[in-house]
Ligand binder design. Structure first.
Ligand SMILES: [Cu+2]
Length: 294
């Protein structure tokens, strides 16, 4: 039998142990989530019938970077299915830019409540990310926190999809030709999560994860529409992968009741050049050996 003192000591030790477990397993602070409020719980946003839209066009000003042909010779199955695979980091057609992720970062509704204070339920339908012709379709997509992403392999080869998030666990899975779809979801908001293939280094896509459903991706004509937006004043961000770590453009947009707020964005040659190893970056490295010759 334990003495009273020993039992008290055991009880305290157990309590302290539980406390340390609780603190080490606690939820991750929602930092780096694009300022959209992380996964704060709040009341669900009620549909009032006054919802409007945010629509716009994304343009590219100046000379558009030319897509480059990708060398797929490492996998003959890729070469035979996609003999002319092109880079998709800048998809520009008639001055309009595709694959721009546009989303509400912050905002105040007509009743002065903040969009970030509401809670949202993930849609039950999964978003499909297809590996097709040794590239991802779509190249950029958005999901709500905890919404399923269905990953399909439409190719006669093996892919290994690899999500490389900053605020969510790293995740990768091999998927052979003909394998069933894989399902993945991300529990924390993050704009945007880079996705690559460990088999085919040229394969890249980006997944925007938000706690709310107010996002869209610009199409080939540069247009996008964010639907079901409650009337209010919003900070809308357009993100494009071009540039050293992607490029963001921000705009304030007012959505009237049952109306449309407009947000036209423009990206340009500066961001396009930032994505490449520039001569400016090369110069300091060259200066050192030149100086040592003296
Ligand atoms: Cu692959």
């Amino acid at each position: 039998m334990f003495s009273k003192r020993a039992r008290l000591w055991l009880g305290l030790t157990a309590a302290a142990g539980l406390l340390s477990i609780a603190s080490s397993c606690g939820p991750k602070p929602p930092d780096g989530d694009g300022g959209n409020g992380g996964e704060k719980t709040g009341k669900p946003l009620a549909v009032t019938g006054n919802e409007g839209t945010i629509t716009g066009k994304v343009s590219f000003t100046g000379a558009a970077p030319e897509p480059k042909k990708i060398d797929t010779s490492a996998d003959a199955a890729c070469t035979s299915k996609s003999p002319n695979l092109l880079t998709e980091d800048w998809v520009v057609k008639d001055g309009k830019l595709a694959n721009t992720f546009v989303y509400i970062k912050d905002g105040t509704l007509a009743d002065n409540s903040k969009i970030g204070d509401y809670s949202f339920t993930a849609p039950s339908a999964a978003v499909v990310l297809d590996q097709n012709g040794c590239h991802y379709k779509p190249h950029v997509l958005g999901v709500v926190v905890n919404q399923n992403i269905s990953i399909t392999n439409s190719d006669p080869t093996t892919h290994n999809i690899h999500f490389m998030p900053a605020n969510n666990p790293d995740w990768n899975q091999s998927q052979v030709n003909g394998a069933a779809a894989l399902t993945h979801k991300l529990a924390h908001a993050e704009v945007l999560v880079p996705v690559k293939c460990n088999q085919h280094p040229w394969m890249k896509s980006y997944v925007g994860v938000l706690k709310h459903p107010f996002f869209a991706v610009s199409g080939e004509d540069g247009s996008f529409t964010i639907k079901g937006v409650p009337p209010g004043k919003y900070t809308v961000v357009a993100w494009h992968e071009g540039g050293a770590k992607g490029t963001e453009k921000t705009m304030e947009v007012t959505v009237p009741a049952k109306g449309a707020g407009t947000a036209d964005f423009s990206f340009g040659a500066t961001a396009a050049l930032m994505g490449q190893p520039s001569s400016l970056e090369m110069m300091p490295a060259l200066e050192v050996p030149m100086g040592m010759k003296h």
